[in-house]
Design a protein around this ligand. Structure first.
Ligand code: SF4
Length: 279
């Protein structure tokens, strides 16, 4: 007898490209209703602050980054001041984000290049952004989409995992995931789609055990059944503002759980040294 997950996969096995596009857009409409406030969860006021915060978010949570950036930007409010900062001073200010020595060097170098090559301003083009130290396509798209309103897809660990589970792609390589997912949606939707998918990954479609029994897109998902199916148990697995009231985890505990999970809440780039940040 087939399991629920096998039946779900079978239901969509012969889906046409048009059917996939329609289903993908329907999923997006549902996510838009479920997460009306989905946004970049990094706090920032300027493109420079968002760029630095995104670089700092490698291998840690947005909550952790948001706890250090007010102090960092009070001391070094722009590229010019950060470019001339003492590395040791920056290290102390960002220590709790992990990998603080290399992150401090990276953001001071990044600020230096912004000053030397772009007059201290963050460039609004992907080509220029990816030429900066520690800035890859993912970080560039976060900055373009959220600081400059230029739509783009942020393929972080959540978006990659959910896109595979939802049958939007079969690839692991972020560039191939991006190409497959971008083909399914209007370009103008890509930034908000990224936020909504990331919100869904953090709250319901967890990396290790998704809460399928409490998932609003269950009927449209070829992976329905790979996680918890019991609605009562699944409800208890929801996180952040969706967690059952009596069992809301303290923010710090949620943050810690996310930071220590092997995949959830981290960048898609494992390894000892932090690389590109995430949304
Ligand atoms: S929680 Fe389950 S049903 Fe919902 S998107 Fe994830 S795998 Fe699919």
């Amino acid at each position: 007898m087939l399991s629920v997950a096998e039946k779900s996969a079978r239901r969509f096995a012969k889906e046409t490209p048009l059917g996939r596009t329609r289903r993908a857009r329907k999923i997006h409409r549902i996510l838009a209703e479920v997460y009306p406030n989905a946004r970049c969860e990094l706090d920032f006021e300027t493109p420079f602050q968002l760029l630095v915060a995104t670089v700092l978010s490698a291998q840690t949570t947005d909550i952790r980054v948001n706890s250090v950036t007010p102090g960092l930007f009070a001391a070094f409010p722009d590229a010019e001041s950060l470019a001339h900062a003492r590395i040791e001073d920056v290290e102390q200010l960002i220590r709790s984000t992990g990998f603080y020595r290399s992150k401090a060097k990276n953001i001071v170098r990044l600020a230096g290049e912004l000053v030397e090559r772009f007059g201290g301003e963050v460039p609004a083009s992907q080509k220029d952004l990816v030429s900066l130290p520690g800035t890859g396509v993912k970080t560039a798209n976060v900055v373009l989409g959220n600081a400059f309103d230029i739509p783009g897809l942020t393929v972080d660990t959540h978006l990659g995992r959910l896109s595979r589970r939802m049958g939007f792609t079969t690839h692991e390589d972020p560039a191939k995931v991006e190409a497959d997912v971008v083909a399914l949606f209007p370009k103008k939707d890509l930034t908000l789609l990224s936020h909504r998918m990331i919100f869904h990954g953090r709250r319901i479609c967890h990396s290790r055990r998704p809460a399928c029994g409490a998932c609003p897109i269950a009927k449209l998902c070829p992976s329905f059944g790979i996680g918890e199916l019991d609605p009562v148990k699944a409800e208890k697995m929801l996180r952040f503002e969706m967690a059952p009231k009596a069992e809301v985890e303290p923010e710090a505990a949620a943050s810690k759980a996310e930071a220590t999970a092997p995949e959830a809440g981290r960048t898609s780039q494992p390894g000892p040294a932090p690389r590109e940040g995430r949304a």
